[in-house]
Design a protein around this ligand. Structure first.
Ligand SMILES: Nc1ncnc2c1ncn2[C@@H]1O[C@H](COP(=O)(O)OP(=O)(O)O)[C@@H](O)[C@H]1O
Ligand SMILES: [Mg+2]
Length: 385
């Protein structure tokens, strides 16, 4: 049986969401197949790695049992070299060689490429976006630049590093005056609406930037898209990606999602009589009740974004639409969507078990293609010294 390590938790604001993704969207369906030996690898909030059988039960994490388990458990460490081996100390050291890693970490130190770098160095097969695409995807400025060169519309924005801003704050505020109000200010690498503000005057920008740069070392100032409809599209595949259903999360044009609306299912009022679904963004229309033409354009844009960023496995593309002009703008991409966006794939005809299996197959395919590349190059360079 192939050994699949599911890595979750981690030092990120999305630690708890990662536990749900791992336990409900990955480990549970994988175990139903009985084709894989599933090994939970939990990274605590302080950054220690553990692998204990009880760490696959959500109840463990809902009670103080987790503290008891971690107190008794021996931490694990990694052995790398042509693959990945989990090593656990104790009376007798045990070693478990892993065949495939299924990353389930959201946000900083996980989804942002940090974990993928570690996995890539070890040479193990891993599911989802690779190091390069994860880094670009989790950077709201860089991803927009890359996507724009592929001919996809993005909101007009300026990108500011904290270091530069501290040297010449007025320069950036003056630069922003070329953009039309209202303006969104966002930390470049964060999610869950942390540190984001919508500003109706240029005077508010100084304070808004201070907040954003308190959380991150870079920020964006970005024009607001008017007459807003938000759409989100999960995508899956390597060279031939396909879209799931185009989904319309609940929106209020004068507000934007905060952490609780997204994840705690609050404020989930139903939209008219349309069919709604409780995804990781509260209630949504699934599929989105929009014109066929706009639906097709959203799908096409999502696929173009995914390809332009070099994503593999799966990702979710978030779009902003000006409903007066029907212009579709790329907003952001999540290289590891919460719960793999399984509710959307299920309605699109891909059952949760099929989803995780397909992602593992795509990982194996990607790994094989990577192995085929020639990583050696002989030269006489050293002889010259
Ligand atoms: N340029 C924009 N125009 C209109 N609304 C925006 C814009 N940027 C962000 N928003 C609103 O703010 C929300 C959060 O911004 P987003 O960039 O998606 O950050 P996060 O990573 O926190 O989800 C979006 O879902 C949308 O409602
Ligand atoms: Mg968003």
């Amino acid at each position: 049986m192939k050994k699949v390590a599911v890595i979750f938790g981690g030092q990120s604001t999305e630690h708890d969401i990662s536990i749900i993704t791992a336990l409900s969207a990955i480990i549970r369906p994988l175990r139903l197949r009985k084709q894989y030996e599933v090994i939970p690898v939990y990274i605590s909030k302080t950054g220690t790695w553990y692998s204990e059988p009880e760490l696959t039960d959500v109840l463990t994490f809902q009670t103080s049992r987790i503290d008891e388990i971690l107190q008794k458990a021996k931490p694990i460490w990694l052995e790398m070299g042509n693959g990945l081996t989990l090593v656990k100390g104790g009376l007798k050291t045990t070693k478990t060689r892993i065949d495939i890693v299924f990353p389930a970490m959201h946000g900083t130190n996980g989804e942002d490429g940090a974990l993928m770098g570690l996995l890539q160095m070890s040479g193990v097969t891993y599911v989802g976006c690779d190091l390069r695409s994860s880094v670009i995807a989790m950077d709201k400025a860089l991803s927009k630049v890359v996507v724009q060169t592929a001919g996809i519309d993005v909101a007009k924005s300026i990108h500011i590093s904290k270091r530069e801003y501290q040297k010449k704050p007025n320069y950036f505020i003056d630069l922003a005056k070329a953009l039309s109000l209202p303006l969104f200010v966002k930390p470049t690498h964060l999610g869950s609406s942390i540190g984001i503000s919508r500003n109706s005057s240029y005077d508010e920008l100084t304070n808004a930037l201070e907040v954003a740069l308190h959380y991150d070392d870079a920020a964006l100032i970005e024009e607001a898209i008017p007459n807003l409809i938000e759409l989100t599209v999960p995508v899956m595949g390597n060279d031939m990606p396909r879209a799931g259903l185009v989904e319309k999360p609940r929106t209020d044009p004068d507000e934007f999602f905060d952490f609780s609306t997204k994840y705690m299912n609050q404020g989930g009022k139903k939209i008219g009589t349309q069919k709604t679904s409780q995804g990781s963004q509260g209630y949504s229309e699934l599929p989105a009740n929009i014109t066929k033409e706009l639906y097709a354009r959203a799908e096409k844009t999502a696929l173009a974004v995914y390809t332009a960023l070099g994503c593999m496995g799966t990702a979710r593309v978030d779009l902003l639409v000006d409903s007066k002009t029907d212009t579709v703008y790329f907003n952001e991409i999540n290289p590891l969507p919460g719960s793999l966006y399984a509710h959307n794939w299920r309605q699109a005809g891909v059952a949760p078990v099929q989803l995780v299996e397909e992602l593992i197959e795509l990982a194996i395919e990607r790994h094989a293609a990577h192995q085929e590349l020639d990583h050696s190059f002989s030269s006489n360079f050293l002889r010259q010294f």
